[in-house]
Design a protein around this ligand. Structure first.
Ligand code: HEM
Length: 427
């Protein structure tokens, strides 16, 4: 696939654009939204030029409306696209002008009205939900309650493959490991593993309204039943803590319970899996990263941060709360914004040698886990899973490579890579 390389390549006509949008800003940015695969070592490289000094600070994307886009907070009439670090930072951090209402509320597709909590709630209300959930996912809680289990699962999974000399890293490892941890955290029954992955795949990746609705009905029916079960039989896991939780001394409402459990379910399943798959693809295609981590395990924390920065699997959206002017352009209340993290995370005004994988990078404040009040609540857990995996992996597995003949094309986003067969020499 030939990717566009300059503004003129993506300029399009869109006579129905809202009248306040300057016509020379209208583009089709769909190539940069993670839906087009490529086979580059750095699969996010084709979007780099969008953060250039010569690119207007606000572009306007012609809508390519899908059910998925609408449910993810997209707009039927198009959206502003933000590609420079400083501007993305403002959209994520300026809650006075930008709102998260409606973001990732796929449940609307089946007529549900409860909000996704805490993601789709704006401050100041957001704070009480965030404060309620933070202790369950804090670094201290992860060290105490989750890290032993993370290590156990990683060791068990590595044991099962070390002597075989091969694994489908995406399908048999990345897809499984974080979901096992997450299900333990929430207290979900192990038997739900296959159903969960099938439902999640249909909601996020099927692109079919019917399949999304089928999966949404199933997951919400299951989660409501599970919440009801935990009402009767409390346990020490997170779903039960939510069900029996109190905010400002008040028990949570039914909408609050399902809103939190549902959004954790959505946020916790696929994200780490996609990150692990892309991380191993990058290491297999660029073996000097393997050598660096093997010889310098003290760089693992920095390496995880670099994998996150260079693999921005999600780009987040917001809506304008009011009319205002920005970069000489009129913004209207309700206008939709899409922040292109694959451009922002490589902005040379913020990151020196942005395309270089550098685990010693200082001040690595990237957008993969967003910025501002909605920064990923599962970020500490995700980082710990990635760190423990790298620590244990490099103690056991020698240099690995992609199995000859395997297709390494990847969707630079959450869709990622379905199969990644890796091989190594067994002594
Ligand atoms: C590498 C893995 C992950 C990535 C890349 C990721 C990415 C993100 C992003 C981009 C957001 C903000 C979305 C927005 O503001 O529009 C977010 C929020 C969130 N994530 Fe994650 N996530 C990951 C793992 C997880 C995990 C494992 C969990 C659950 C255990 C989780 C739970 C959440 C929650 C609850 C929020 C909402 C926070 C708030 O609104 O205050 N995430 N995540």
């Amino acid at each position: 696939m030939e990717f566009p390389r300059k503004l003129d390549d993506i300029r399009v006509d869109y006579p129905d654009a809202p009248p306040h949008v300057p016509r020379d800003r209208i583009v089709d940015i769909s190539f940069a939204m993670g839906g087009v695969p490529n086979d580059l070592v750095d699969p996010y490289a084709p979007f780099e030029w969008l953060n250039g000094a010569d690119i207007p600070r606000l572009l306007f994307n012609k809508p390519s409306m899908s059910a998925l886009g609408a449910a993810a907070g997209g707009s039927m009439s198009g959206n502003w696209v933000v590609t420079h670090y400083e501007d993305i930072d403002r959209v994520y951090c300026d809650n006075d002008h930008f709102s998260n209402k409606g973001t990732a509320e796929f449940q609307r597709l089946i007529g549900e009205t409860f909000p996704s909590i805490p993601l789709a709630i704006d401050p100041p209300e957001h704070t009480k939900y965030r404060m309620f959930l933070v202790p369950f996912l804090s670094p201290a809680r992860i060290t105490r309650d989750l890290e032993p289990r993370i290590r156990e699962v990683v060791d068990e999974m590595i044991d099962a493959i070390a002597d075989k000399g091969e694994v489908d890293m995406a399908w048999d490892f990345a897809r499984v490991f974080p979901v096992r941890i997450f299900m333990g955290l929430m207290g979900f029954p192990k038997e739900m593993f296959d159903d969960f992955l099938e439902w999640e795949w249909n909601i996020l990746h099927s692109g079919s309204l019917e399949k999304m609705q089928w999966a949404l009905r199933n997951v919400l029916q299951f989660l409501r039943g599970f919440i009801a079960e935990k009402e009767k039989n409390p346990d020490e896991h997170l779903t039960s803590s939510i069900v029996h939780g109190k905010i400002n001394g008040q028990p949570l409402t039914d909408d609050e319970k399902i809103g939190m459990v549902w959004f954790l379910w959505l946020g916790g399943l696929d994200t780490v899996a996609a990150t692990i798959s892309q991380m191993y693809r990058r290491m297999a295609l660029q073996p000097e990263i393997q050598t660096m981590i093997r010889e310098h395990p003290e760089l693992i924390n920095g390496a995880v941060e670099e994998f996150l920065r260079t693999q921005p699997i999600l780009s987040s959206g917001r809506r304008a709360t009011k009319d205002f002017e920005w970069h000489g352009v009129q913004i209207k209340a309700g206008d939709s914004f899409s922040c292109l993290n694959p451009a922002g995370n490589f902005d040379p005004t913020r990151f020196k040698n942005p395309r270089e994988f550098d685990p010693t990078r200082k001040g690595n404040r990237h957008f993969t886990l967003v910025a501002g009040v909605h920064s990923c609540l599962g970020g500490h857990l995700a980082r710990r899973e990635l760190r423990v995996l790298l620590e244990q992996w490099f103690k056991r597995i020698p240099e690995f490579r992609v199995k000859p003949g395997a297709d390494t094309s990847v969707f630079p986003g959450l869709l990622s890579i379905r199969n990644l067969p890796l091989v190594w020499d067994v002594k």
